[in-house]
Design a protein around this ligand. Sequence first.
Ligand SMILES: Cc1cc2nc3c(=O)[nH]c(=O)nc-3n(C[C@H](O)[C@H](O)[C@H](O)COP(=O)(O)OP(=O)(O)OC[C@H]3O[C@@H](n4cnc5c(N)ncnc54)[C@H](O)[C@@H]3O)c2cc1C
Length: 443
Amino acid sequence: MPLLEEATLLGDVSLNVPVVVIGNGPSGICLSYLLSGYRPFMASGAVHPNPILHNKLEEGIHFSVVDQMMEGSMLTISLNNWMELPGLKLKDWTNGKWRNLMNDRATTEELASYYKDYVKIMGLQKNFIDNTCVTSVSKIQQDQKCAKGKMPKSVKIDSTTPQLFTPDNGLPPSLWEVRGYQRIGDGSHVPFCLYAENVVLATGTYDLPARLGVEGEDLPFVFHNVSAFELAVQSCKVGQASDPVLVVGAGLTAADAVLCAHRHSVPVVHAFRKSVTDPALIFKQLPKKLYPEYHKVYHKMCKQGYINTSHSNYTSFPETRIVSFLPDMKCTLQPTSGRNIVLSISMALVLIGTYPNLSFLKEHGKHLGLDPSKPISCKQNPIDINPYTFECTKEDNIFAMGPLIGDNFVRFLKGGALGITSCLVKRLKEKGQLISETGSDDG
Ligand SMILES: Cc1cc2nc3c(=O)[nH]c(=O)nc-3n(C[C@H](O)[C@H](O)[C@H](O)COP(=O)(O)OP(=O)(O)OC[C@H]3O[C@@H](n4cnc5c(N)ncnc54)[C@H](O)[C@@H]3O)c2cc1C
């Protein structure tokens, strides 16, 4: 859907669009691919592990998966490689020069360039507006919009864009008003306002780090991301001879920080609430062969303790709570068994999870959650959606996908992209307004 010329600034135009997708991660990219007209078909000879789904797919082998009635299957359709998006194999993209041939795992850097290249290779760049932040999404009724004189003076709609607006007055009864700003070359912000019949929330759940809520957490040596540590190592602010870095948390991000410290011989104190035998620990769910480095961290977490590791570069504090951070670069730990321990540290990395930032929605989108009394979170309270269409159950014409609905892996979010595309295409067909399906059918 070409909406804008590449060099266009959003602030220059007023737009009514059928769909605004907020987010440029794998969810947004994959949805853009399908909305652009690319269609997945079942490959001949392919076998789906679920026999019921396999039979259904075989029955409709001549129809794209978007056009098939696939009740209940949307979350389970996954392609071969976990991080791939449809139509471009990671191995083809790297031309066979895969760096980690042992277990087919990519680095985050490789993946970031794969996703960037994917957008270019699939011709999706015109659908993306870079350096843009959405700051508000609110529903407005048509009469309200006209009465308030909010109607954009020039409504530009590309003639090839499938239109969702009703034929009688050219506009649907209600629209989403999407406001935000685009950062331009000189660093300034250009505000914009779009009107969309549908909005897709594909903003992921990594924007707001979870906090301990303890005294001193705002002190300048306490951080909530690994990149702060990497920067400190690069600029030699921490090193072999420093006081230990305190890593708080028992997830993969905390493990990444431990690995980073290990690579640079920086001493680490690792504190986490869970017991090392807790079956919910992520390490227990990872195959050893595929994730040897994370298992090395887990091994350290289990084997080493405060008592016998005074000379170690790594000290583990399982079942331990952080009580406070003190201005003189100290931290108080409270193990479940034993007395409080005060340690001198060079910096603290609190890596205990993240929350989505849905501040652009009324009450941070709380009303869209499974439990509307609690904030949205991918594990405890995902956005409640219709499992076939991915439309929010609490609000029409707003869709959600990816970790926001609990689909935490890239291989699952393709189900969301299929469900949303399928729903929008069906609605267009019902209105007799699907002009043509562009793109290729080899996706
Ligand atoms: C450390 C780590 C390791 C992981 N490892 C794996 C793995 O091995 N395998 C796997 O399948 N998955 C893995 N994941 C999960 C995977 O990264 C997610 O499933 C995936 O990124 C979700 O994609 P998304 O597009 O929904 O969200 P995101 O990738 O989070 O993208 C959302 C984008 O939207 C942008 N955005 C947010 N708010 C706004 C706004 N208001 N306006 C404009 N833009 C906005 C964000 O800045 C972001 O760029 C890992 C995640 C982490 C953190």
